[in-house]
Design a protein around this ligand. Structure first.
Ligand SMILES: Cc1cc2nc3c(=O)[nH]c(=O)nc-3n(C[C@H](O)[C@H](O)[C@H](O)COP(=O)(O)OP(=O)(O)OC[C@H]3O[C@@H](n4cnc5c(N)ncnc54)[C@H](O)[C@@H]3O)c2cc1C
Length: 409
């Protein structure tokens, strides 16, 4: 049903949740403006995203049918195993446990996507609603509207402001000033890269490495995350067939790796990297997995040096419930968590779809606007906060190791 009283929604941040929300608002007959701090899409923010049905169904809700089809078609098919598997340094299985969240079942199950492809699909057709290179610095709220101020000094008005501006959200800083980011550094799985999946490398990999997202660990504390990206159909071909106006880059098959480096390795901040830094990090990763199975070493040795980047991890403690208003939060801005369980993007997309449902109910006058936002926020806290706690526990037991030095919570 078309919106009776269409809303104009301001969105801080053009990441996964902000873009998905924008798509859904336009689909439902509302208008929006997305303000994205980055001027372009070149910042390295990750490669492979594990997807579950929270994320998959949210994309179905938010995207027009053909763009959803394009997402499904450019996703990795399915895992033979429905668990996340922990291996030892010789790549023998140690343990497994179910992935969190429901899997994407149906006639075309999809389990993983290349992040940049997904972002390009989510960016499609947003036209003048998308404002790259514009950061929101603050907002002012009255009973009738919200006004945001941007870093170039200009302002914009809307019915609602959604902070989709990630872990260091400017919107959250003003709305929930008591919430602080807990920095976990780059210990454990903070160094990421992509290894081209050539036929030669594929032949060296034991078959079970293709079965899911795996973490291999040794007794010294070194860890290697392994995720194979092989889409159902190459992105440019799928776009030409399904949505001709969308241009997608070719992404050759790859294995995303994330590997430990030996304690004491000095990693310069991104701005101080030299041409030699990626090779230094590759060699440090190889030193951390000395004596491991040759396939694990081949994955690291053959990493594309240009793809290597480092992410300092951070997370939020669940914030106590707050009074709803015309300003709300989605995704990492509301509940950033460590990436060890592959949940953050799925939950961020789920937020976008849940908020969309509530805004739509308000625009059809089934409920008041602020009440609708409050219903979204309560549902989000109920669903997401347990995962925030589980992620920290999992990280301590199996995962990235980011919290190892922090002791029990
Ligand atoms: C290495 C890594 C691997 C991961 N793997 C997975 C996985 O497999 N599965 C999974 O579900 N999750 C995964 N996650 C988590 C997932 O990436 C995040 O939870 C998800 O990206 C959050 O989406 P978001 O839209 O909330 O924020 P983001 O994607 O962080 O987007 C926020 C956007 O806001 C912009 N911004 C920031 N400040 C401002 C401002 N003031 N004004 C305007 N714009 C602003 C930023 O430039 C950015 O584009 C992973 C995370 C990392 C780091």
């Amino acid at each position: 049903m078309p919106a009776e009283a269409p809303l104009h929604v301001l969105i801080a941040g053009g990441g996964l949740s902000g873009l998905a929300l924008a798509q859904g608002l336009i689909k439902d007959g509302h208008t929006c403006e997305i303000f994205e701090r980055d001027a372009d899409d070149t910042r390295k923010i990750g490669y492979y995203l594990h997807m579950n049905a929270d994320g998959g169904e949210a994309l179905r809700r938010c995207l027009p049918e053909d763009l959803f089809e394009l997402y499904a078609q450019t996703s990795r098919k399915t895992y033979d195993r429905r668990e996340s598997v922990v291996l030892n340094d010789q790549l023998d299985e140690l343990s497994s446990q179910p992935h969190l969240g429901p899997p994407n079942e149906g006639d075309r199950p999809h389990t993983g996507v290349h992040r940049r492809t997904l972002r390009a699909i989510l960016r499609a057709r947003l036209g003048d609603s998308f404002h790259p290179g514009k950061a929101i610095t603050s907002y002012q709220e009255t009973p009738d509207k919200v006004t945001v101020t941007l870093d170039d000094g200009t302002t914009a008005d809307g019915d609602v402001l959604v902070g989709a501006d990630g872990i260091r959200s400017a919107v959250r800083r003003q709305k929930l000033p008591g919430t602080t980011v807990i920095d976990a550094g780059i210990r454990g799985l903070g160094v990421y890269g992509r290894t081209p999946l050539t036929p030669g490398l594929a032949a060296q990999l034991p078959p079970h490495l293709f079965e899911g997202v795996l973490i291999a660990a040794d007794r010294r504390g070194s860890r290697l995350l392994i995720a194979v990206y092989r889409p159902r159909e190459q992105a440019p071909d799928a776009a030409a067939r399904i949505a001709r106006d969308v241009k997608l880059e070719l992404v050759d098959d790859y294995v995303m790796i994330s590997c430990s480096v030996p304690p004491g390795t000095v990693i310069p901040p991104a701005a101080q990297w030299t041409d030699g830094t990626p090779a230094m990090l590759r060699d440090a990763m190889l030193a951390a997995i000395e004596g491991w199975h040759p396939a694990a070493r081949a994955l690291v040795r053959n990493v594309d040096l240009a793809s290597i980047f480092v992410i300092p991890f951070g997370f939020l403690e669940p914030a106590p419930a707050w009074e709803p208003s015309r300003v709300t939060l989605v995704g990492d801005a509301a509940h950033a968590m460590l990436p060890t369980l592959g949940m953050g993007a799925n939950l961020a997309l789920r937020d976008a779809a849940s908020l969309l449902d509530q805004l739509d109910a308000a625009s059809r006058r089934e409920t008041g606007l602020v009440e609708a936002i409050g219903t979204y926020e309560q549902g989000m806290r109920d669903y997401v906060y347990p995962f925030m706690r589980m992620t920290m526990d999992h990280d301590r037991q199996f995962g990235g190791g980011a919290l190892e030095d922090r002791g029990p919570s």
